[in-house]
Design a protein around this ligand. Structure first.
Ligand code: N01
Length: 538
């Protein structure tokens, strides 16, 4: 029997999810005297990086900004690579544990199965799949945007005789792909990284691509202690920029339009940015790239020429970077790649356009397409997630009068600023649907949105408020605000998880706040100054 099973203990706060957002809450709320516990389904620290331990899984943010700024936690941790792998991020979590003494209040291997609100006593009762029970006055769900893997509906999948793994359910002990025949389905961030790694060791890699990944260079490099010391010199300024920049990075868009500058200037800028690498090519590029198709096409052509110059077979290059673009460059997340396009020059790597040649069936020996059997030992499903909402809807959450959150959201997600939902009092979401989530660097959100929540809960406690609930009206307004931003943007032109277009059968709607982090924080501050407008208190 664990601490949270003591029926007499009523926690101030139970946090579900021990990634960046969850542990930030634990540390900050504990400092303010709250009695807090965290439940996490993972076996240990790392959040998303515990689950996604497939070969090559690494961040698309530099380690310097993929860390906490608070409590000087950046002063004595060295990242070994500019873009840390899952091992590096886990190492950072263990460092945090050493500094903040987190583990004593976290229960790993604990999947929250149900959460039930009791209106009589203003408490949540939460149960785990292995029978633990916790009671808490406030419940925070911080399950991340990618905790519910999306499996493809492949005929015969369970008959496969080899190893089949979703990237987000990779064996913790690893999987040796040396001299194996590997199939990778999906070319999102996870697929690109799996392809790069498997191509180095496998005897044969077959990649099924449905939509080309308009990937840009990572320019990865190893870091020395001197490099880390150098970075620390201006880290506070870089942290400061994060909350002022559109997507929570330490850079923002160039305040100029690509279409307004000369071709010579534009090309020089892009060549320089290309050599630097990273997401600045996406979220620190000319300001019109994500909103104007003409500007987007200019960059697409620049990008396409780079890809064609690297891929020897023009037919393969055309599948990877076609003349007719799959969608404008920008509204679908590009990946950061290291040698992704180069591996297609290797004899052991084959690319298949799955629009033309889909997998018809999985059989024990491999997969069957219209061109016959492709034998395989390992089948990698890099097919993504039921993003933003899936992880929350996987918990059976029951609010006032027995209302179920999964039912409420089955036709449409409605929240107040991605934080709460009417009918579900004293429940907050972090990095949840309708927050900047997918458009915000994780640790930036953990601190920025995290501080909003910490201050909110502290204020309510200090005022003796025992119950809060957002109103249906304010949620409708927020959803309409997102719908409007979406309609005015280029996002509808690219099917993506940002608006749930990747999940067959689920309603599509913009699930990520695309007005930018600064505007999001500003809107919260307005509400806060107005007695937390949008909430009803008791
Ligand atoms: O998932 P995805 P992901 N038949 O949804 C294809 C973060 N992340 O795990 O594009 C055939 O992006 C699908 O095809 P299409 C990051 O935010 C970060 O790669 O829909 N294909 C697509 O190619 C990222 O955006 C990091 O046409 C099917 C792929 O599978 C998010 O997580 C690393 C299919 C899924 O791509 C998700 O990334 C990993 C089907 N039935 C993840 N179903 C880094 O920081 C899906 N696909 C580096």
């Amino acid at each position: 029997m664990t601490e949270t099973t003591q029926a007499t203990d009523v926690l101030d706060v139970l946090v579900i999810g021990g990634g960046f957002s969850g542990i930030y809450q634990l540390d900050q709320l504990r400092d303010r005297g709250f009695n807090v516990k965290v439940w996490d389904a993972a076996g240990d620290f790392g959040g998303i990086w515990w689950w996604n331990c497939y070969p090559g899984a690494r961040t698309d943010s530099t380690g310097q900004i993929y860390q906490f700024s608070h409590k000087d936690l950046w002063k004595d941790f060295d990242f070994k690579e500019l873009y840390p792998g899952h091992e590096g991020v886990r190492e950072y979590f263990h460092y945090l544990d050493g500094k903040l003494d987190l583990r004593k209040d976290i229960e790993f291997n604990t999947f929250a199965d149900t959460a039930k609100w009791d209106d009589e006593v203003n408490e949540w009762t939460v149960t785990s799949s292995d029978g633990k029970v916790a009671r808490a006055r406030q419940l925070i769900v911080a399950t991340g945007f990618g905790s519910k893997p999306l499996y493809p509906n492949l005929k015969g999948l369970d008959t496969f005789a080899g190893e089949v793994h979703h990237t987000a359910r990779w064996p913790q002990g690893g999987l040796d792909m040396t001299d194996k025949r590997v199939i990778v389905m999906g070319t999102g961030a996870s697929g690109v990284q799996c392809v790069q790694e498997s191509a180095a060791v496998a005897s044969q890699v077959t990649v099924f691509q449905r939509t080309p990944n308009l990937a840009i260079p990572m320019q990865q490099r190893k870091l020395t202690p001197q490099d880390n010391d150098g970075f620390r010199e201006n880290l506070p300024e870089r942290f400061d920029t994060r909350l002022k920049a559109f997507a929570g990075f330490d850079f923002d868009f160039i305040p100029q339009n690509a279409v307004d500058v000369s071709e010579e200037e534009r090309t020089a800028t892009w060549e320089w940015m290309w050599a630097e690498g990273g997401f600045a090519l996406w979220l620190g590029n000319y300001q019109d790239l994500l909103v104007d198709e003409e500007a987007s096409r200019l960059f697409y052509d620049f990008w396409r020429a780079k890809v064609h110059a690297r891929v020897h077979d023009p037919k393969v290059a055309e599948i990877l970077a076609p003349e007719k673009w799959p969608h404008p460059w920008g509204p679908k997340r590009p990946s950061l790649e290291q040698n992704y396009f180069d591996v297609y020059n290797q004899d052991n790597v084959k690319l298949i356009d799955s629009n033309d040649e889909p997998i018809l069936e999985v059989v024990p020996e491999g997969v069957v397409t219209k061109n016959g059997l492709i034998e395989a030992d390992i089948l990698i499903l890099a097919t993504g997630f039921d993003n933003n909402r899936g992880g929350i809807m996987a918990i059976d959450i029951e609010g006032v009068d027995g209302a179920k959150l999964a039912e409420k959201w089955s036709t449409r997600v409605d929240t107040h600023m991605g934080l709460s939902s009417s009918g579900f009092p004293n429940l907050l979401f972090l990095y949840g649907p309708q927050s900047p989530s997918g458009f915000c660097n994780g640790p930036t959100s953990a601190e920025g949105q995290g501080d909003m929540v910490v201050e909110f809960l502290t204020d309510l406690r200090d005022k003796g408020i025992q119950r809060f609930e957002s109103t249906a009206e304010v949620e409708k307004e927020w959803t309409e605000h997102l719908d409007q931003l979406f309609a005015e943007s280029m996002f509808p032109k690219a099917k993506s998880w940002y608006w749930g277009a990747n999940v067959p059968g689920k309603p599509a709607q913009m699930l990520n706040y695309c007005g930018g982090v600064p505007l999001y924080l500003e809107k919260w501050n307005e509400r806060k100054q107005n007695n937390y407008a949008g909430y009803v208190f008791a």
